[in-house]
Design a binder for this molecule. Structure first.
Ligand code: GDP
Length: 528
Protein backbone atom coordinates (compact mmCIF):
# COMPACT_ATOMS: atom_id res chain seq x y z
CA UNK A 1 0.00 0.00 0.00
CA UNK A 2 1.46 3.36 -0.91
CA UNK A 3 1.64 6.37 1.33
CA UNK A 4 -1.19 8.26 -0.36
CA UNK A 5 -3.58 5.33 -0.01
CA UNK A 6 -2.65 5.00 3.64
CA UNK A 7 -3.29 8.69 4.21
CA UNK A 8 -6.61 8.46 2.39
CA UNK A 9 -7.74 5.58 4.60
CA UNK A 10 -6.77 7.34 7.82
CA UNK A 11 -8.41 10.59 6.73
CA UNK A 12 -11.62 8.87 5.66
CA UNK A 13 -11.74 6.75 8.83
CA UNK A 14 -11.30 9.81 11.01
CA UNK A 15 -14.44 11.39 9.56
CA UNK A 16 -16.56 8.27 10.06
CA UNK A 17 -19.09 8.18 12.89
CA UNK A 18 -20.72 4.77 13.18
CA UNK A 19 -23.51 4.44 15.69
CA UNK A 20 -26.93 2.96 16.42
CA UNK A 21 -30.03 4.36 18.06
CA UNK A 22 -31.46 2.18 20.78
CA UNK A 23 -34.79 2.69 22.43
CA UNK A 24 -37.90 1.08 23.71
CA UNK A 25 -40.57 0.78 20.97
CA UNK A 26 -42.46 4.05 20.56
CA UNK A 27 -39.86 6.17 22.31
CA UNK A 28 -39.20 7.88 18.97
CA UNK A 29 -36.32 6.10 17.24
CA UNK A 30 -37.88 6.24 13.78
CA UNK A 31 -38.85 9.88 14.21
CA UNK A 32 -35.38 10.81 15.36
CA UNK A 33 -33.73 8.88 12.53
CA UNK A 34 -35.80 10.76 10.05
CA UNK A 35 -35.04 14.10 11.70
CA UNK A 36 -31.33 13.34 11.53
CA UNK A 37 -31.74 12.89 7.79
CA UNK A 38 -33.65 16.14 7.60
CA UNK A 39 -30.99 18.09 9.47
CA UNK A 40 -28.21 16.48 7.45
CA UNK A 41 -29.96 17.55 4.27
CA UNK A 42 -30.32 13.95 3.11
CA UNK A 43 -34.07 14.41 2.76
CA UNK A 44 -35.88 17.65 2.04
CA UNK A 45 -38.93 17.06 4.18
CA UNK A 46 -39.81 14.73 6.99
CA UNK A 47 -42.40 12.11 6.12
CA UNK A 48 -40.27 10.36 3.52
CA UNK A 49 -39.24 7.43 5.68
CA UNK A 50 -42.81 6.58 6.49
CA UNK A 51 -43.70 6.84 2.80
CA UNK A 52 -41.04 4.30 1.96
CA UNK A 53 -42.54 1.92 4.45
CA UNK A 54 -45.82 2.15 2.62
CA UNK A 55 -44.35 0.86 -0.61
CA UNK A 56 -44.79 -2.79 -1.30
CA UNK A 57 -42.83 -3.47 -4.47
CA UNK A 58 -39.61 -5.28 -3.69
CA UNK A 59 -40.42 -6.15 -0.11
CA UNK A 60 -40.54 -9.72 1.00
CA UNK A 61 -43.39 -11.18 2.97
CA UNK A 62 -41.03 -11.08 5.85
CA UNK A 63 -41.20 -7.37 5.71
CA UNK A 64 -44.95 -7.60 5.42
CA UNK A 65 -44.92 -9.04 8.89
CA UNK A 66 -42.81 -6.16 9.97
CA UNK A 67 -45.46 -3.82 8.63
CA UNK A 68 -48.43 -5.66 10.02
CA UNK A 69 -46.97 -5.60 13.45
CA UNK A 70 -45.55 -2.15 13.17
CA UNK A 71 -42.17 -3.24 14.36
CA UNK A 72 -38.78 -3.07 12.83
CA UNK A 73 -37.20 -6.48 12.73
CA UNK A 74 -34.64 -6.02 10.01
CA UNK A 75 -31.50 -4.03 10.31
CA UNK A 76 -30.66 -1.31 7.90
CA UNK A 77 -27.55 0.71 7.45
CA UNK A 78 -27.94 4.31 6.56
CA UNK A 79 -25.12 6.58 5.43
CA UNK A 80 -25.22 10.36 5.18
CA UNK A 81 -22.88 13.30 5.35
CA UNK A 82 -23.14 16.06 7.92
CA UNK A 83 -20.67 18.85 8.63
CA UNK A 84 -17.96 16.99 6.74
CA UNK A 85 -18.48 13.78 8.73
CA UNK A 86 -19.65 10.51 7.16
CA UNK A 87 -22.29 9.12 9.42
CA UNK A 88 -23.21 5.44 9.45
CA UNK A 89 -26.44 4.91 11.32
CA UNK A 90 -27.16 1.25 11.94
CA UNK A 91 -30.73 0.36 12.76
CA UNK A 92 -31.46 -2.02 15.60
CA UNK A 93 -34.61 -4.06 15.92
CA UNK A 94 -36.94 -2.14 18.18
CA UNK A 95 -39.19 -4.86 19.56
CA UNK A 96 -39.76 -5.32 23.24
CA UNK A 97 -38.37 -8.77 23.20
CA UNK A 98 -34.64 -8.43 23.31
CA UNK A 99 -33.02 -10.58 20.70
CA UNK A 100 -29.47 -11.42 19.79
CA UNK A 101 -29.84 -9.52 16.56
CA UNK A 102 -29.59 -6.24 18.37
CA UNK A 103 -26.53 -7.34 20.20
CA UNK A 104 -24.73 -8.21 17.01
CA UNK A 105 -25.48 -4.83 15.51
CA UNK A 106 -24.02 -3.25 18.62
CA UNK A 107 -20.71 -5.08 18.07
CA UNK A 108 -20.42 -3.16 14.80
CA UNK A 109 -20.87 0.39 16.11
CA UNK A 110 -18.60 2.81 17.92
CA UNK A 111 -21.32 4.47 20.01
CA UNK A 112 -25.06 4.50 20.63
CA UNK A 113 -27.74 7.11 21.05
CA UNK A 114 -30.24 6.05 23.68
CA UNK A 115 -33.69 7.57 23.17
CA UNK A 116 -35.97 7.70 26.18
CA UNK A 117 -39.57 8.76 26.37
CA UNK A 118 -39.64 11.41 29.09
CA UNK A 119 -42.93 10.07 30.42
CA UNK A 120 -41.65 6.50 30.71
CA UNK A 121 -37.94 6.64 31.51
CA UNK A 122 -36.10 3.35 31.34
CA UNK A 123 -38.60 0.62 30.59
CA UNK A 124 -37.89 -2.80 32.01
CA UNK A 125 -38.39 -4.75 28.80
CA UNK A 126 -35.50 -2.97 27.16
CA UNK A 127 -33.24 -2.86 30.17
CA UNK A 128 -31.15 -5.70 28.80
CA UNK A 129 -30.39 -3.67 25.72
CA UNK A 130 -28.92 -0.85 27.75
CA UNK A 131 -26.99 -3.30 29.91
CA UNK A 132 -25.45 -4.76 26.78
CA UNK A 133 -24.21 -1.34 25.71
CA UNK A 134 -22.66 -0.89 29.09
CA UNK A 135 -21.06 -4.33 29.03
CA UNK A 136 -19.59 -3.61 25.59
CA UNK A 137 -18.27 -0.33 26.99
CA UNK A 138 -19.98 1.57 24.20
CA UNK A 139 -20.03 5.34 24.60
CA UNK A 140 -23.65 6.43 24.87
CA UNK A 141 -25.42 9.69 24.16
CA UNK A 142 -28.86 10.10 25.76
CA UNK A 143 -31.82 11.94 24.27
CA UNK A 144 -34.83 12.65 26.47
CA UNK A 145 -37.58 12.73 23.89
CA UNK A 146 -41.19 13.93 23.97
CA UNK A 147 -40.48 16.74 26.39
CA UNK A 148 -43.41 18.55 24.79
CA UNK A 149 -45.68 16.19 26.69
CA UNK A 150 -46.23 15.72 30.43
CA UNK A 151 -43.69 13.36 31.96
CA UNK A 152 -41.29 12.70 34.78
CA UNK A 153 -39.19 15.41 36.36
CA UNK A 154 -35.81 15.53 34.64
CA UNK A 155 -33.77 15.21 37.85
CA UNK A 156 -35.75 12.09 38.66
CA UNK A 157 -34.94 10.71 35.22
CA UNK A 158 -31.22 11.27 35.77
CA UNK A 159 -31.37 9.21 38.96
CA UNK A 160 -33.35 6.51 37.23
CA UNK A 161 -30.83 6.19 34.39
CA UNK A 162 -27.93 5.99 36.80
CA UNK A 163 -29.66 3.51 39.11
CA UNK A 164 -30.95 1.20 36.44
CA UNK A 165 -28.09 1.04 33.98
CA UNK A 166 -25.14 2.32 35.93
CA UNK A 167 -24.26 5.07 33.49
CA UNK A 168 -24.14 8.60 34.82
CA UNK A 169 -25.91 11.18 32.65
CA UNK A 170 -24.11 14.47 32.15
CA UNK A 171 -26.69 16.93 30.74
CA UNK A 172 -25.36 19.10 27.93
CA UNK A 173 -28.65 20.97 27.72
CA UNK A 174 -31.12 21.44 30.54
CA UNK A 175 -34.86 22.07 30.18
CA UNK A 176 -36.58 25.28 31.11
CA UNK A 177 -40.16 24.45 32.06
CA UNK A 178 -41.51 21.07 33.08
CA UNK A 179 -42.43 18.30 30.60
CA UNK A 180 -45.65 19.37 28.92
CA UNK A 181 -44.86 23.02 29.58
CA UNK A 182 -41.56 22.97 27.86
CA UNK A 183 -40.11 26.43 27.24
CA UNK A 184 -36.70 25.51 25.84
CA UNK A 185 -33.23 24.51 26.95
CA UNK A 186 -30.17 26.11 28.50
CA UNK A 187 -26.88 25.15 26.94
CA UNK A 188 -24.87 24.20 30.02
CA UNK A 189 -21.59 25.26 28.47
CA UNK A 190 -22.55 28.65 27.04
CA UNK A 191 -25.53 29.47 29.28
CA UNK A 192 -27.48 30.44 26.17
CA UNK A 193 -31.23 29.77 26.10
CA UNK A 194 -32.94 28.27 23.05
CA UNK A 195 -36.68 28.60 22.99
CA UNK A 196 -38.84 25.66 22.02
CA UNK A 197 -41.05 26.45 19.05
CA UNK A 198 -43.37 24.03 17.39
CA UNK A 199 -42.90 23.75 13.65
CA UNK A 200 -45.77 22.83 11.39
CA UNK A 201 -46.06 19.09 12.02
CA UNK A 202 -42.28 18.97 12.26
CA UNK A 203 -41.80 18.61 8.54
CA UNK A 204 -39.12 21.21 8.18
CA UNK A 205 -36.28 22.28 10.44
CA UNK A 206 -37.20 24.24 13.55
CA UNK A 207 -35.94 27.75 13.88
CA UNK A 208 -33.81 27.77 16.97
CA UNK A 209 -33.22 31.29 18.17
CA UNK A 210 -30.60 31.65 20.90
CA UNK A 211 -31.39 34.23 23.57
CA UNK A 212 -28.98 35.41 26.20
CA UNK A 213 -29.55 34.78 29.89
CA UNK A 214 -30.92 38.22 30.79
CA UNK A 215 -33.58 38.08 28.07
CA UNK A 216 -34.48 34.52 29.08
CA UNK A 217 -34.73 35.49 32.77
CA UNK A 218 -37.05 38.38 31.95
CA UNK A 219 -39.26 36.37 29.62
CA UNK A 220 -39.40 32.98 31.31
CA UNK A 221 -39.49 34.05 34.98
CA UNK A 222 -39.77 31.23 37.56
CA UNK A 223 -39.22 28.45 34.99
CA UNK A 224 -35.89 30.03 34.12
CA UNK A 225 -34.87 30.50 37.75
CA UNK A 226 -35.69 26.93 38.53
CA UNK A 227 -33.63 25.69 35.60
CA UNK A 228 -30.68 27.86 36.64
CA UNK A 229 -30.88 26.43 40.17
CA UNK A 230 -30.96 22.90 38.83
CA UNK A 231 -27.95 23.61 36.62
CA UNK A 232 -26.06 24.82 39.69
CA UNK A 233 -27.00 21.60 41.42
CA UNK A 234 -25.74 19.52 38.48
CA UNK A 235 -22.50 21.49 38.59
CA UNK A 236 -22.16 20.86 42.33
CA UNK A 237 -22.60 17.10 42.01
CA UNK A 238 -20.17 16.96 39.09
CA UNK A 239 -22.71 15.86 36.48
CA UNK A 240 -20.64 17.58 33.82
CA UNK A 241 -19.37 16.22 30.54
CA UNK A 242 -15.92 14.72 30.50
CA UNK A 243 -14.81 13.21 27.18
CA UNK A 244 -12.67 10.45 28.75
CA UNK A 245 -15.43 9.14 31.00
CA UNK A 246 -17.88 9.32 28.10
CA UNK A 247 -15.52 7.28 25.89
CA UNK A 248 -15.12 4.65 28.59
CA UNK A 249 -18.91 4.33 28.90
CA UNK A 250 -19.10 5.68 32.45
CA UNK A 251 -21.01 8.85 31.67
CA UNK A 252 -23.51 9.79 29.02
CA UNK A 253 -23.96 13.30 27.61
CA UNK A 254 -27.67 14.02 27.77
CA UNK A 255 -29.88 16.19 25.56
CA UNK A 256 -33.47 17.25 26.04
CA UNK A 257 -35.90 17.71 23.20
CA UNK A 258 -38.79 16.64 21.06
CA UNK A 259 -37.95 14.75 17.90
CA UNK A 260 -41.43 15.25 16.51
CA UNK A 261 -41.04 19.02 16.81
CA UNK A 262 -37.42 18.92 15.64
CA UNK A 263 -36.28 20.30 18.94
CA UNK A 264 -32.85 19.33 20.21
CA UNK A 265 -32.18 17.31 17.07
CA UNK A 266 -29.43 19.53 15.75
CA UNK A 267 -27.62 19.64 19.10
CA UNK A 268 -27.71 15.85 19.25
CA UNK A 269 -26.49 15.42 15.69
CA UNK A 270 -23.70 17.91 16.38
CA UNK A 271 -22.73 15.81 19.39
CA UNK A 272 -22.54 12.72 17.17
CA UNK A 273 -19.96 14.55 15.08
CA UNK A 274 -18.13 16.26 17.95
CA UNK A 275 -18.17 13.62 20.68
CA UNK A 276 -18.63 10.15 19.13
CA UNK A 277 -15.24 8.56 18.43
CA UNK A 278 -14.17 7.72 14.91
CA UNK A 279 -13.36 4.03 14.24
CA UNK A 280 -10.37 2.72 16.12
CA UNK A 281 -8.14 -0.32 15.43
CA UNK A 282 -9.91 -3.58 16.16
CA UNK A 283 -8.35 -6.36 18.19
CA UNK A 284 -7.86 -9.63 16.37
CA UNK A 285 -8.06 -13.03 18.04
CA UNK A 286 -4.32 -13.10 18.74
CA UNK A 287 -4.67 -9.92 20.77
CA UNK A 288 -3.06 -7.58 18.25
CA UNK A 289 -4.69 -4.36 17.22
CA UNK A 290 -5.10 -4.25 13.48
CA UNK A 291 -4.28 -0.71 12.40
CA UNK A 292 -6.90 1.14 10.38
CA UNK A 293 -4.45 1.44 7.51
CA UNK A 294 -3.63 -2.28 7.46
CA UNK A 295 -4.89 -4.15 4.36
CA UNK A 296 -8.65 -4.53 4.02
CA UNK A 297 -10.45 -6.57 6.67
CA UNK A 298 -13.90 -6.69 8.19
CA UNK A 299 -16.35 -8.97 9.94
CA UNK A 300 -19.90 -10.12 9.35
CA UNK A 301 -22.33 -8.84 11.97
CA UNK A 302 -25.61 -9.59 10.29
CA UNK A 303 -26.95 -11.96 7.70
CA UNK A 304 -30.24 -11.61 6.01
CA UNK A 305 -31.77 -13.81 3.38
CA UNK A 306 -34.71 -13.50 1.04
CA UNK A 307 -35.04 -9.76 1.27
CA UNK A 308 -36.13 -9.78 -2.32
CA UNK A 309 -38.69 -12.48 -3.10
CA UNK A 310 -38.19 -12.19 -6.85
CA UNK A 311 -34.81 -13.84 -6.55
CA UNK A 312 -33.63 -15.67 -3.47
CA UNK A 313 -30.75 -13.72 -2.16
CA UNK A 314 -28.57 -13.63 0.81
CA UNK A 315 -26.89 -10.53 2.14
CA UNK A 316 -24.04 -10.55 4.62
CA UNK A 317 -23.43 -7.18 6.27
CA UNK A 318 -19.78 -6.52 6.90
CA UNK A 319 -18.29 -3.80 9.02
CA UNK A 320 -15.02 -2.64 7.55
CA UNK A 321 -12.30 -2.57 10.23
CA UNK A 322 -9.19 -1.74 8.23
CA UNK A 323 -8.12 -0.77 4.75
CA UNK A 324 -10.07 0.42 1.74
CA UNK A 325 -12.84 -1.59 0.18
CA UNK A 326 -13.30 -1.16 -3.55
CA UNK A 327 -16.15 -2.98 -5.24
CA UNK A 328 -14.94 -6.04 -7.10
CA UNK A 329 -12.01 -6.71 -4.76
CA UNK A 330 -11.49 -10.39 -4.01
CA UNK A 331 -11.99 -11.25 -0.35
CA UNK A 332 -10.85 -14.31 1.54
CA UNK A 333 -13.18 -15.91 4.05
CA UNK A 334 -11.00 -16.55 7.10
CA UNK A 335 -12.84 -19.70 8.22
CA UNK A 336 -12.80 -21.65 4.95
CA UNK A 337 -9.94 -19.93 3.14
CA UNK A 338 -12.22 -19.59 0.12
CA UNK A 339 -12.18 -16.47 -1.94
CA UNK A 340 -15.02 -14.65 -3.57
CA UNK A 341 -15.60 -11.57 -5.59
CA UNK A 342 -17.52 -8.56 -4.32
CA UNK A 343 -19.02 -7.48 -7.59
CA UNK A 344 -22.44 -7.14 -6.01
CA UNK A 345 -21.62 -5.16 -2.91
CA UNK A 346 -24.31 -2.77 -1.83
CA UNK A 347 -25.17 -0.28 0.81
CA UNK A 348 -28.60 -0.71 2.21
CA UNK A 349 -31.39 1.37 3.55
CA UNK A 350 -34.57 -0.56 4.13
CA UNK A 351 -35.38 -2.35 0.94
CA UNK A 352 -33.69 0.24 -1.24
CA UNK A 353 -30.35 -0.90 -2.41
CA UNK A 354 -27.63 1.04 -4.06
CA UNK A 355 -24.33 -0.25 -5.24
CA UNK A 356 -21.39 0.72 -3.12
CA UNK A 357 -18.09 1.49 -4.85
CA UNK A 358 -15.71 2.25 -2.05
CA UNK A 359 -15.81 1.97 1.73
CA UNK A 360 -13.50 2.73 4.65
CA UNK A 361 -13.20 1.64 8.29
CA UNK A 362 -16.50 2.18 10.06
CA UNK A 363 -18.57 1.67 6.92
CA UNK A 364 -20.97 -1.18 6.32
CA UNK A 365 -20.98 -3.15 3.10
CA UNK A 366 -23.72 -5.60 2.15
CA UNK A 367 -22.31 -8.59 0.28
CA UNK A 368 -24.92 -10.21 -1.89
CA UNK A 369 -25.00 -13.97 -2.36
CA UNK A 370 -22.32 -14.67 0.18
CA UNK A 371 -24.09 -17.84 1.21
CA UNK A 372 -21.27 -19.41 3.16
CA UNK A 373 -20.64 -16.60 5.56
CA UNK A 374 -21.72 -16.78 9.17
CA UNK A 375 -22.09 -14.14 11.80
CA UNK A 376 -18.76 -13.12 13.29
CA UNK A 377 -16.70 -14.38 10.34
CA UNK A 378 -13.72 -12.32 9.28
CA UNK A 379 -12.94 -11.40 5.68
CA UNK A 380 -9.72 -9.96 4.41
CA UNK A 381 -7.99 -9.01 1.21
CA UNK A 382 -4.33 -9.68 1.95
CA UNK A 383 -3.05 -10.15 5.51
CA UNK A 384 -5.11 -12.89 7.16
CA UNK A 385 -6.99 -11.98 10.31
CA UNK A 386 -9.55 -13.56 12.61
CA UNK A 387 -11.58 -11.44 15.01
CA UNK A 388 -12.73 -12.80 18.37
CA UNK A 389 -16.12 -14.48 18.14
CA UNK A 390 -19.06 -12.66 19.67
CA UNK A 391 -20.02 -13.84 23.11
CA UNK A 392 -23.29 -15.67 22.87
CA UNK A 393 -26.33 -15.02 24.93
CA UNK A 394 -27.60 -17.56 27.37
CA UNK A 395 -30.84 -18.82 25.85
CA UNK A 396 -33.80 -18.83 28.19
CA UNK A 397 -36.49 -20.49 26.10
CA UNK A 398 -36.09 -24.03 24.73
CA UNK A 399 -38.58 -25.74 22.44
CA UNK A 400 -38.51 -28.77 20.22
CA UNK A 401 -39.55 -28.15 16.66
CA UNK A 402 -41.05 -30.42 14.02
CA UNK A 403 -42.44 -29.98 10.55
CA UNK A 404 -46.20 -30.60 10.37
CA UNK A 405 -46.19 -32.24 6.96
CA UNK A 406 -43.51 -34.94 6.78
CA UNK A 407 -43.51 -34.47 3.00
CA UNK A 408 -41.85 -31.09 3.59
CA UNK A 409 -38.89 -32.52 5.49
CA UNK A 410 -36.40 -31.33 2.91
CA UNK A 411 -37.70 -27.75 2.99
CA UNK A 412 -37.70 -27.92 6.77
CA UNK A 413 -34.04 -28.94 6.90
CA UNK A 414 -33.06 -26.26 4.44
CA UNK A 415 -34.89 -23.59 6.41
CA UNK A 416 -33.46 -24.81 9.69
CA UNK A 417 -29.95 -24.57 8.31
CA UNK A 418 -30.51 -21.14 6.81
CA UNK A 419 -32.19 -19.59 9.84
CA UNK A 420 -29.55 -20.99 12.12
CA UNK A 421 -26.85 -19.50 9.96
CA UNK A 422 -28.55 -16.14 10.12
CA UNK A 423 -28.65 -16.46 13.88
CA UNK A 424 -32.44 -16.20 14.10
CA UNK A 425 -32.07 -18.63 16.97
CA UNK A 426 -29.76 -21.39 18.14
CA UNK A 427 -30.40 -24.95 16.97
CA UNK A 428 -29.43 -27.76 19.34
CA UNK A 429 -29.32 -31.46 18.55
CA UNK A 430 -29.53 -34.44 20.88
CA UNK A 431 -26.31 -36.44 21.07
CA UNK A 432 -28.46 -39.55 20.77
CA UNK A 433 -32.15 -40.25 21.03
CA UNK A 434 -34.74 -37.69 20.05
CA UNK A 435 -34.22 -36.65 16.43
CA UNK A 436 -36.20 -33.43 16.85
CA UNK A 437 -33.91 -30.45 17.27
CA UNK A 438 -34.35 -28.08 20.18
CA UNK A 439 -34.54 -24.40 19.37
CA UNK A 440 -33.04 -22.07 21.92
CA UNK A 441 -33.65 -18.35 22.10
CA UNK A 442 -33.41 -15.31 24.30
CA UNK A 443 -36.88 -14.00 23.51
CA UNK A 444 -40.30 -15.23 22.42
CA UNK A 445 -40.12 -13.11 19.29
CA UNK A 446 -37.38 -15.29 17.83
CA UNK A 447 -39.81 -18.24 17.71
CA UNK A 448 -42.43 -16.16 15.98
CA UNK A 449 -39.92 -15.05 13.40
CA UNK A 450 -38.75 -18.63 12.90
CA UNK A 451 -42.30 -19.91 12.44
CA UNK A 452 -43.23 -17.17 10.03
CA UNK A 453 -40.16 -17.46 7.87
CA UNK A 454 -40.29 -21.26 7.78
CA UNK A 455 -43.80 -21.08 6.41
CA UNK A 456 -43.44 -18.14 4.04
CA UNK A 457 -39.92 -18.59 2.74
CA UNK A 458 -39.38 -22.32 2.90
CA UNK A 459 -42.92 -23.65 2.67
CA UNK A 460 -42.59 -25.68 5.85
CA UNK A 461 -45.20 -25.15 8.54
CA UNK A 462 -43.68 -26.05 11.87
CA UNK A 463 -44.94 -26.64 15.36
CA UNK A 464 -43.21 -26.23 18.66
CA UNK A 465 -43.29 -28.66 21.55
CA UNK A 466 -42.45 -27.62 25.09
CA UNK A 467 -39.34 -28.84 26.87
CA UNK A 468 -38.66 -28.70 30.59
CA UNK A 469 -35.41 -26.74 30.17
CA UNK A 470 -34.88 -23.26 31.49
CA UNK A 471 -31.13 -22.68 31.85
CA UNK A 472 -28.09 -23.46 29.67
CA UNK A 473 -24.34 -23.48 30.12
CA UNK A 474 -21.44 -24.25 27.79
CA UNK A 475 -19.51 -27.36 28.70
CA UNK A 476 -16.45 -29.38 27.60
CA UNK A 477 -16.81 -32.94 26.25
CA UNK A 478 -15.35 -34.34 29.50
CA UNK A 479 -17.89 -32.44 31.55
CA UNK A 480 -20.62 -33.55 29.17
CA UNK A 481 -19.71 -37.23 29.64
CA UNK A 482 -19.96 -36.77 33.37
CA UNK A 483 -23.17 -34.80 33.55
CA UNK A 484 -25.06 -36.43 30.70
CA UNK A 485 -26.18 -39.27 32.93
CA UNK A 486 -27.69 -37.13 35.69
CA UNK A 487 -31.50 -37.08 35.65
CA UNK A 488 -33.04 -33.78 34.65
CA UNK A 489 -29.83 -32.67 32.99
CA UNK A 490 -29.31 -32.91 29.27
CA UNK A 491 -26.38 -32.27 26.98
CA UNK A 492 -27.00 -31.07 23.44
CA UNK A 493 -24.78 -30.09 20.56
CA UNK A 494 -25.19 -26.76 18.85
CA UNK A 495 -24.77 -26.27 15.08
CA UNK A 496 -21.24 -24.92 15.62
CA UNK A 497 -20.35 -28.08 17.65
CA UNK A 498 -20.37 -26.32 21.01
CA UNK A 499 -21.81 -28.53 23.75
CA UNK A 500 -24.52 -27.02 25.91
CA UNK A 501 -25.83 -28.50 29.10
CA UNK A 502 -29.48 -27.78 29.88
CA UNK A 503 -31.11 -27.68 33.29
CA UNK A 504 -34.72 -27.60 34.35
CA UNK A 505 -34.16 -24.76 36.79
CA UNK A 506 -31.59 -22.43 38.21
CA UNK A 507 -31.78 -24.41 41.44
CA UNK A 508 -30.96 -27.63 39.59
CA UNK A 509 -27.94 -25.93 38.01
CA UNK A 510 -26.75 -24.80 41.42
CA UNK A 511 -26.99 -28.27 42.97
CA UNK A 512 -25.16 -29.83 40.04
CA UNK A 513 -22.50 -27.14 40.28
CA UNK A 514 -22.12 -27.86 43.98
CA UNK A 515 -21.98 -31.64 43.49
CA UNK A 516 -19.48 -31.39 40.64
CA UNK A 517 -16.94 -28.74 41.47
CA UNK A 518 -14.55 -30.39 38.99
CA UNK A 519 -16.72 -29.40 36.04
CA UNK A 520 -16.16 -26.03 34.43
CA UNK A 521 -19.40 -24.37 33.37
CA UNK A 522 -18.80 -21.78 30.68
CA UNK A 523 -20.84 -18.65 31.20
CA UNK A 524 -22.91 -17.17 28.45
CA UNK A 525 -23.68 -13.51 28.18
CA UNK A 526 -26.64 -12.52 30.29
CA UNK A 527 -26.48 -15.69 32.36
CA UNK A 528 -24.87 -14.02 35.37
P1 GDP B 1 -40.08 4.10 17.55
O1 GDP B 1 -40.99 2.95 17.79
O2 GDP B 1 -39.11 4.27 18.68
O3 GDP B 1 -39.42 4.12 16.22
O4 GDP B 1 -41.01 5.42 17.68
P2 GDP B 1 -41.61 6.37 16.56
O5 GDP B 1 -40.57 7.28 16.04
O6 GDP B 1 -42.39 5.57 15.57
O7 GDP B 1 -42.58 7.25 17.47
C1 GDP B 1 -43.65 6.68 18.19
C2 GDP B 1 -44.76 7.68 18.35
O8 GDP B 1 -44.35 8.77 19.15
C3 GDP B 1 -45.21 8.28 17.03
O9 GDP B 1 -46.60 8.43 17.04
C4 GDP B 1 -44.52 9.63 16.99
O10 GDP B 1 -45.20 10.57 16.23
C5 GDP B 1 -44.52 10.01 18.46
N1 GDP B 1 -43.42 10.92 18.80
C6 GDP B 1 -42.12 10.84 18.42
N2 GDP B 1 -41.43 11.87 18.92
C7 GDP B 1 -42.28 12.62 19.63
C8 GDP B 1 -42.16 13.84 20.36
O11 GDP B 1 -41.12 14.45 20.47
N3 GDP B 1 -43.29 14.29 20.98
C9 GDP B 1 -44.49 13.65 20.89
N4 GDP B 1 -45.52 14.18 21.53
N5 GDP B 1 -44.64 12.52 20.20
C10 GDP B 1 -43.56 12.02 19.57
Amino acid sequence: MDESERLEILTEASRRRTFAIISHPDAGKTTLTEKFLLYAGAIAEAGAVKARTGRRDTRSDWMAMEQERGISVTSTALQFEYRGAWINLLDTPGHRDFSEDTYRVLTAVDAVVMVLDTAKGIETQTLKLFEVCRSLGLPMLTYLNKFDRPGKAPLELLDEIEDKIGVRPTPMTWPVGIPGEFRGVIDRVTGVFTRFERSVRGRTMATEVPLDASVAAAEEGPAWENAVDECALLEAVGATHDQASFLSGKTSPLFVGSAMNNFGVRALLDAVVDLVPSPSPRRSIDGELRPLDAPLAGFVFKIQANMDPSHRDHVAFVRICSGRFVRGVTLTHAVTGRTFSTKYASSLFGADRSTIEVAYPGDVVGLVNAGELRIGDALYARNPVVFPSFPQFAPEIFRRVRVKDPGRAKQFRRGLEQLEREGVLQVLYELDGDPLPVLAAVGEMQFEVFHYRMEHEFGAVVEFLPTPYRVARVISSDGAALLGRIPGVRVLRRGDDTLLVLFESQVRLQTVERDHPEVDFGMLLGSG
